[in-house]
Design a protein around this ligand. Structure first.
Ligand code: AMP
Ligand code: GLY
Length: 423
């Protein structure tokens, strides 16, 4: 069969790598892809938001399955466009992707169906938000309702900061229309865990857990980023936490979406915080995490195409999802200065060190070809993943492999997975 993957980051490279392992797949295309994805797929120059061009291409090439990796096209309704054209596609429809596209929607859903989450209020005017803050407990969390590349969340320690935050989101519109409405919610404490789940509209199957590191600098300092590294599994996500989440979060979310007439098919990413009162949902995403996919997918034993097809056909209950009994760590190699300003176009060397090394991966995030060279082309450049028998070994292996790659202005965090030592 022929598969088309939509997206251009490390997540899509991890998806493409898994798809390439499937014996059913004879050809993979990726739109638009990047220099690393080009090693496993034919990259086509169509943007992820060019729905007509994507569907024309899928029809012309006789694509059997399209996998949407990114949030923007999902929230924008790309799945509906594929379905209208009779094309097979993996991902939630627009009316279900709203679970990521609107934080106000997801908070209201959780409240209505008693899914544990921080207490909150939604606001669509700055005046109402400011009035509410006068009597609210600090610290407090402000969230832009819409998509903001994971950056529309402000944690405010004082009333002054919170007022400034309302201005940033709602008046200065730092995240554009995403800030037309905001959620103000209780500040929670605890460890964070990401659990990505396959969903077929009725059934939900969680994958192995992972933890991301969102801040740019060591010790969780610096600005929020798309994610600087991950490890899987999380040692803090024990069987008790898992059982609680299965009973109180995953299936209830699936049932809630169905009850609302918004059957969710695709990947539901549940961001959890393990608070002193128990696990609570921080956020939902409607797709694989980036860089969570880079540690979760290499550990999955199933044929990913079988699992995705079962989701589309409503037969996920027939799949026995299995993960390797090991661990993986991904360290993101970024351009120094990310997520603010940074230089691009630096030649990257050392890829050959990964050839024929079992359990080591170099997933491309922001790279492109310049003649015969591969050069940096984004803030997050590469994700170096390594497996190990346990988390400590995986971390040691991943950091050793980061040394195999060189480029000018290479930057990484040195403490990815440090929390493992506290487990
Ligand atoms: P989100 O995009 O909603 O996951 O938020 C981004 C990050 O902000 C999360 O990964 C948390 O580290 C932090 N965060 C979000 N909501 C809260 C909250 N209610 N309390 C404490 N931290 C939060
Ligand atoms: N790594 C967090 C995300 O993909 O949203």
């Amino acid at each position: 069969m022929k598969v088309l993957i939509v997206g251009s980051g490390g997540r899509e490279h991890a998806i493409a790598t898994s798809v390439a392992k499937s014996s059913q797949v004879e050809k993979i295309y990726c739109a638009p892809g990047n220099a690393g994805i080009a090693g496993v797929a034919e990259c086509v120059n169509i943007g992820a938001m060019e729905f007509d061009k994507l569907t024309d291409f899928a029809q012309e090439k006789g694509i059997d399955l399209t996998i949407i990796g990114m949030d923007d096209p999902l929230v924008g309704g790309v799945v509906d466009v594929f379905e209208e054209r009779g094309l097979r596609v993996f991902g939630p429809r627009k009316n279900a992707a709203i679970i990521e596209g609107s934080k106000a929607f997801s908070k209201d859903l959780m409240k209505k169906y008693n899914i544990p989450t921080a207490t909150y209020e939604n606001f669509d005017t700055p005046e109402a938000a400011l009035a509410y803050l006068e009597t609210a407990k600090m610290p407090i969390v402000l969230k832009a309702d819409g998509l903001a590349l994971g950056k529309g969340v402000l944690i405010c320690n004082t009333l002054e900061e919170a007022k400034e935050g309302v201005k940033t989101l709602m008046l200065d519109k730092q995240f554009g229309d995403a800030g037309n409405q905001i959620v103000i919610e209780e500040f929670m404490t605890g460890r964070e865990v990401s659990v990505l789940c396959y969903c077929d509209g009725t059934h939900i199957k969680p994958m192995t857990s992972a933890q991301d590191h969102k801040r740019a600098k060591d010790n969780d300092e610096g600005l929020n980023t798309g994610g600087m590294g991950t490890f899987s599994p999380s040692p803090f996500y024990d069987s008790e936490v898992q059982k609680f989440c299965e009973e109180k979060v995953y299936q209830p979310t699936m049932d809630a979406m169905k009850a609302e007439g918004r059957d969710f098919v695709g990947i539901l990413f549940v961001g959890l915080m393990l608070t002193p009162e128990g696990p609570k949902v921080l956020e939902y995403n409607a797709r694989f995490g980036d860089p969570e996919a880079q540690v979760v997918l290499p550990r999955m034993k199933n044929d990913i195409v079988d699992v995705m097809n079962a989701c589309i056909d409503g037969k996920l209950d027939e799949i026995d999802l299995q993960f390797e009994d090991n661990a993986a760590v991904c360290v993101v190699l970024a351009s120094d200065g990310y997520p603010e300003s940074y230089e691009k176009g630096k030649i990257i060397t050392g890829f050959e060190n990964f050839d024929n090394k079992d359990g080591y991966y170099v997933f491309h995030a922001g790279t492109k070809f310049e003649g015969d060279d591969i050069v940096t082309n984004g803030g997050r450049v590469l994700g170096v993943t390594a497996k190990g028998a346990d988390l400590k070994e995986a971390r040691k292996n991943a950091y050793a492999a980061t040394e195999w790659i060189s480029f000018e202005n290479k930057y990484m965090r040195n403490d990815i997975g440090k929390a493992i030592d506290e487990a």
